[in-house]
Design a protein around this ligand. Structure first.
Ligand SMILES: Cc1ncc(COP(=O)(O)O)c(C=O)c1O
Length: 465
């Protein structure tokens, strides 16, 4: 396969998209009339633009292409499974790959999370987890116990229910949310904690906030606490030490389900298949996953559920109550076959590479903190964020041109690196085979991209430098 694309293709595709394609997350002014960057091919750590120019894929697509692009093993498995059995109804049959994948996942989940339910992606996985909580409390005779606790800066998906959990103003402002069902706590963002407050005091404050919410709303009305171990789209927010364990302990005290949303953190990004226990020391009731489960090669997500919860449902005495939730493409044979091979590839060397390279990746990114536009660089494993600020005294991002992330991305792309801009932040989560030399290249381009952005902002009078 050639990786050379030509201008004509790129122009044609961009025109067709502008005329006929509604892209995800458009702004009103551009809806159905938008031009986005043309990507024609990928290979390993790189994608290729219309001129065949290689761009390092800094965000691995959307934190998902964990084994890298153009993986021949995944392509072969997909092809073979399609020839064997391209689809089977999960309503009245079971296909080989789904049962095998569920069993392999059970070997790698913490505690007794021994059953999986497969969906078409992350939103459907979190949505299913929430609907399961509602069903579980209905059959247990606790129909009031339905409210969901989420946090600022959270991102859990694009269905009505999961979208209602999202914390960032940009994700909420123009969208309806089921506010009566959701209780929002503060983001556990150490960088944005009140000035002068110690990390320990900040953690106490966050845990107290949850305790107070439980007392105010009543534990009998709260069904679930949903949390990404690291808030990914929120800007790789790593909670303070002990926070997740203490939040988990409160859920144990009050019969609240703990749903760990590992759509980004599972399948290798932090060096483990699941991070909840391995990295953060908690055993949730449900883990949701997607993205890295197939390295983005097939739309698949899912949730691993504890045996104990399923036993309670089975023993509720409501034998005919229907959990009316499932998708035509639940347990898709091709998706599950890809996921099985993907697991093999992750455990066949990629997880080891994360352990070997991640400390170097984080240390090299830290060198960017000498740039005055950079307020903080943070990360864990192979995920990281560079957060820009107008000045380091206030750490205020708002006084900056809000498109600063996009400006950095544009400069970096000219130099051969795609970054994921999120307002005033740039997020990095490269394919897991990245080498030290490629980390050097990435950080060097980022340094140049940020430096050029600082020059532009000063020249345009948007930043005092
Ligand atoms: C933590 C988290 N949960 C859920 C989702 C939604 O997943 P999807 O876009 O596959 O529906 C995302 C997507 O970015 C995510 O980051």
């Amino acid at each position: 396969m050639s990786i050379q694309n030509n201008h004509t293709d790129a122009d044609l595709i961009s025109n067709l998209a502008r005329q006929h394609l509604v892209q995800p997350w458009p702004t009103a002014g551009a809806m159905g009339a938008e031009t986005r960057a043309f990507i024609g091919a990928g290979d390993g750590l790189y994608v290729y633009d219309e001129n065949g120019k290689a761009l390092m894929d800094g965000p691995a697509g959307m934190w998902c292409v964990n084994v890298g692009h153009r993986n021949a093993d995944l392509a072969r498995v997909m092809h073979e499974q399609a020839l064997q059995l391209g689809y089977a109804s999960p309503w009245y049959s079971v296909a080989d790959p789904a049962a095998r994948l569920a069993s392999e996942i059970a070997k790698r989940t913490p505690g007794d999370l021994n059953h999986s339910f497969f969906t078409t992606g992350g939103s459907a996985a979190v949505d299913t987890a929430l609907r399961f909580m509602q069903f579980y409390n209905n059959v247990r005779g606790k129909p009031e116990k339905k409210r969901i606790v989420s946090r600022g800066a959270a991102y859990h998906g694009s269905t009505y229910l999961t979208g209602s959990l999202n914390g960032k103003p940009r994700d909420r402002d123009w969208m309806d949310q089921a506010t009566d069902l959701v209780i929002k706590l503060s983001a556990p963002d150490p960088f944005r904690r009140p000035k002068g407050m110690s990390l320990e005091a900040f953690t106490d404050h966050l845990v107290d906030e949850f305790r107070t919410a439980i007392a105010t709303h009543g534990a009998e009305r709260i069904g679930a606490f949903v949390a990404e171990p690291i808030q990914a789209s929120g800007g790789v927010i790593i909670p303070p030490p002990g926070y997740l364990q203490r939040m988990h302990a409160l859920t144990r005290e009050h019969d609240i389900l703990y749903i760990s949303d590992e759509v980004v953190t599972a399948f290798g990004r932090l060096g483990s298949i699941f991070a909840s226990k391995d990295v953060f020391g908690i055993e949730p009731d449900i883990i949701t996953f997607a993205k890295g489960v197939t390295s983005g090669y097939f739309p698949l997500g899912g949730l691993a559920i504890s045996d104990q919860l399923l036993e309670q449902v089975r023993e509720s005495g409501k034998d005919d109550a229907m959990f009316a939730n499932g998708y035509t493409y639940s347990s898709h044979p091709i998706g599950c076959a890809v996921a099985l091979k993907n697991l093999e590839l992750l455990e066949g060397g990629l997880l080891q590479n994360v352990h070997a390279v991640a400390p170097y990746f984080q240390a090299q990114l830290q060198t960017l903190t000498d740039l005055p536009l950079v307020g903080e660089v943070r990360g864990l494993g192979l995920m990281a964020c560079v957060e820009c600020v107008a000045d380091r005294q206030s750490n205020n991002p708002l006084a900056l041109d809000v498109s600063v992330g996009q400006r950095i991305d544009a400069h970096c792309q000219a130099l051969g690196l795609m970054v994921r801009p999120i307002i005033h932040m740039c997020v990095m989560s490269p394919p897991l085979m990245i080498s030290r030399a490629q980390v050097d290249e990435m950080v060097s381009i980022l340094r140049q991209g940020i430096t050029r952005t600082m020059d532009d902002l000063v020249r345009e009078g948007l930043w005092k430098g």
